[in-house]
Design a protein around this ligand. Structure first.
Ligand SMILES: Nc1ncnc2c1ncn2[C@@H]1O[C@H](COP(=O)(O)OP(=O)(O)OP(=O)(O)O)[C@@H](O)[C@H]1O
Length: 690
């Protein structure tokens, strides 16, 4: 993957001296290094192929993309090769590190506008180029924007990029739910009609907010909550009050990018002409303004890691071992997510607490949520330019019934059910043999071939080179994968496109689904949760409850072939009853009301299904304890029905309660019969022995 006109970087680990660690991703560690023959400082990304053997496809795509690109704002790899069980990607060293690291070290509240404008302009140049080349980056975020010591800005990390010209199998990659939740465009989450390069424009807008605030909107929330909020709430934006320091044109740029309808988002080329970029300066200005006085990257990285582990210790003391992984990911900057459902549930319970605390601390938040503009840290609403979205982040309901309605409204905002979607794609504590989705089968069929590729490690990107055996000259403090004794440097073409069709799936088989049932008191699940913990308004915990455990580390990734979208997006919905209020109806034209009513009708059907599902789940968990079930139903019935649909639901609850009663009665009878038979059998056996 070298470029003929340029220096030839050796494809042998012995030719590099690894120095300190300067970065860490989901599947890789990045080192500053010296290319000995060329006497040049480089960055080497060391990927442990054993750890990410489900994501060879992504790795292959990243390396391949890095080979083909040629733009001053896109980070291009010098070369790559395997060493033992790891893949080494040699890249130019970007001494400033990522914008995320810079902010974490020195600008926790974000950068000043001229810096943001310059960084965004340079990033946008990269996007214009990539889009022209037919690539969707799919992971635009501050953590992937690297700054060199002279202020040069480069967009990095093509682990999840996709080609818009792909067809067939590769086209499916574009119908894949991939990226990092906070930066992910709604259409990528929804999977209704696939998506295109406009998904990068959304992420670009989120990145703009990230650079302005030091964190992405919703970054303190667990993934499921982020999905809900992205789909349900109006897009985040710059708050006129909180973000007074930013110009109108910056606010407009963000608003232009963060439009839910991708068709209404500008292309990267068009965005380039936005007047906001008049605020941009030179690269040198960036270097002078944000890099001056900073410690060397390795030192900063070491300090951040130390801070991170301190926080982990604190969090461990607060939340125990279970949260450690997800907390770790959170502290790292939400670059990776732990998709264990139990963790999600615990996180959901925790998050609710945060929300309660923060709302209690900030009485103005409730009022603010009605404001026109959004404070991105506190999920709120603002009128969407595309339609009217009604959502309330703060639950004011007093009884379980209303909490169920909260749950319902949250569910209704999902055009697809996220956990159902996940179920088709991730290993969800069920017998895998029954995974029937076509793409799942396909993936599994492709596995032996893919594993073979993993084993032989035939990934080398310097085409035409012969197999090279080499000595290892890196320092002894290297990680295991970097110091593997037996080293093989194999050359040849990249793993062919069709050879690998895999997903980033890691199943933690040690997690016992049954444990869920006897979980600690933070494991709230199903409608009972909503009664027991009244303020909890978190759908993830409820929905998750019906699923088995999922452990998926890495970026969020769901293949649309496994999804069954069941409802339209952008419906008008009210969190309480799922219908627009009369005042809003009066503001709508007849033409606008009809589709929304149809939409609500459709949603109601879905909601009913969801509630039935949840009731079933509660029955499973608590069915044996009729007292609880009785209480649940009684609680529900205490609230007077206010609409036909509510009456209908209540009738269903009663029916279900009755059928539970008769099933339990039948069970009791059978048990007695069984005991009788056992007694008879025992006496026969006893007689025979005599
Ligand atoms: N060429 C480079 N020069 C300097 N630092 C780098 C370079 N490449 C990466 N880094 C640092 O290492 C970090 C992790 O690298 P990278 O993002 O490529 O790993 P990853 O596993 O793909 O991570 P993620 O999945 O979180 O995006 C970056 O955020 C950045 O701070």
């Amino acid at each position: 993957m070298e470029h003929a006109s340029e220096k030839r970087f050796p494809v042998n680990a012995k030719d590099y001296k690894l120095y300190e660690e300067v970065g860490e991703g989901v599947s890789a560690t990045v080192y500053r290094a010296l290319c000995v023959p060329l006497n040049e400082i480089v960055a080497i990304k060391v990927l442990d192929l054993e750890k990410c053997n489900n994501d060879l496809d992504g790795i292959r795509r990243e390396v391949q993309t890095m080979t083909l690109i040629d733009h001053s704002n896109v980070l291009r790899a010098h070369c790559s090769f395997t060493s033992g069980s790891s893949l080494w990607v040699v890249m130019p060293y970007m001494a400033g590190g990522s914008c995320l690291h810079i902010m974490k070290s020195a600008y926790p509240e974000g950068f000043e506008e001229p810096v943001i404008a310059t960084v965004l302009r340079e990033t946008l140049k990269a996007l214009v180029y990539l889009h022209q080349q037919g690539h969707i980056h799919r992971d635009v975020k501050a953590g992937n924007i690297l700054i060199d010591s002279d202020g040069t800005v480069k967009l990095a990390d093509f682990g999840v990029s996709a080609c818009m010209f792909d067809t067939g199998d590769r086209q499916r990659a574009r119908n894949t739910f991939v990226g990092t939740p906070c930066w992910m465009a709604p259409e990528v989450m929804q999977q209704l009609h696939g998506y295109d390069f406009k998904a990068d424009i959304w992420s670009f807008g989120i990145t703009a907010l990230e650079l302005a605030h030091g964190h992405a909107p919703f970054s303190k929330y667990p993934p499921m909550k982020v999905l809900l909020m992205t789909l349900q709430n109006a897009p985040p934006g710059l708050d006129y009050e909180r973000d007074k320091r930013f110009s109108k044109s910056f606010k407009e740029l963000v608003a232009a990018c963060l439009v839910k309808d991708p068709k209404k988002r500008p292309s990267s080329e068009k965005l380039m002409k936005h007047h906001f970029f008049k605020h941009s300066r030179s690269n040198e200005y960036v270097a002078r303004t944000i890099l001056e006085g900073l410690a060397p990257l390795g030192e900063r990285f070491r300090q951040l890691k130390a801070k991170e582990s301190d926080l982990l210790v604190q969090n461990k003391a607060l939340y125990g071992d279970k949260e450690q992984l997800s907390q770790q990911e959170y502290i790292r900057g939400i670059s990776a997510w732990n998709f264990n459902l139990e963790d999600l549930k615990s996180q959901a319970a925790m998050i609710q607490d945060y929300e309660e605390i923060s709302n209690a601390e900030k009485p103005e938040v409730i009022e603010k949520q009605r404001d026109t503009f959004t404070d991105s840290r506190y999920p709120s609403e603002r009128p969407s330019s595309e339609g009217i979205h009604y959502s309330t982040a703060v639950s004011t309901h007093e009884d379980g019934y209303n909490n169920i309605m909260d749950l319902e409204s949250s569910l209704s905002s999902f055009p697809i059910k996220p956990l159902e979607a996940l179920k088709g794609c991730f290993d969800i504590g069920e017998n895998h043999a029954d995974a029937t989705s076509p793409s799942w089968k396909e993936t599994r069929q492709a596995e032996p071939e893919h594993q073979a590729h993993t084993k032989s490690l035939l990934i080398a990107t310097d085409q035409g080179r012969e197999k090279v055996e080499g000595e290892f000259s890196a320092r002894s403090s290297l990680p295991r994968q970097a110091t593997t004794e037996h080293k093989k440097f194999l050359s040849g073409p990249l793993v062919p496109d069709n050879a690998i069709s895999s997903r980033k799936i890691v199943v933690d088989e040690n997690r016992d689904y049954l444990q869920q049932k006897s979980q600690s008191d933070r494991n709230y699940s199903g409608p009972l949760l909503y009664r027991q913990k009244r303020e909890t308004n978190n759908i993830s915990s409820a929905d998750d409850a019906s699923e088995g455990p999922v452990m998926c580390r890495g970026r969020f990734k769901v293949t649309s072939a496994d999804l069954s979208p069941k409802g339209p997006a952008n419906c008008y919905s009210n969190p309480i009853c799922g219908v627009p209020t009369s005042s809003t109806i009066s503001n709508l034209t007849g033409g606008a009301v009809l589709p929304s009513l149809q939409c609500i009708l459709q949603q109601n059907t879905l909601q009913r299904e969801e509630i039935l599902k949840l009731i079933k789940y509660v029955e499973q968990i608590y069915g044996k304890n009729m007292e609880l079930t009785d209480v649940a139903a009684n609680d529900l019935l205490q609230a007077p029905p206010t609409s036909n649909r509510e009456k209908e639901l209540q009738a269903q609850v009663i029916n279900l309660q009755l059928s539970i009663g008769s099933v339990l009665e039948e069970l009791q009878k059978q048990k007695m019969k069984n005991a009788q038979l056992e007694r008879q059998l025992n006496s026969i056996v006893f007689k025979e022995r005599e």
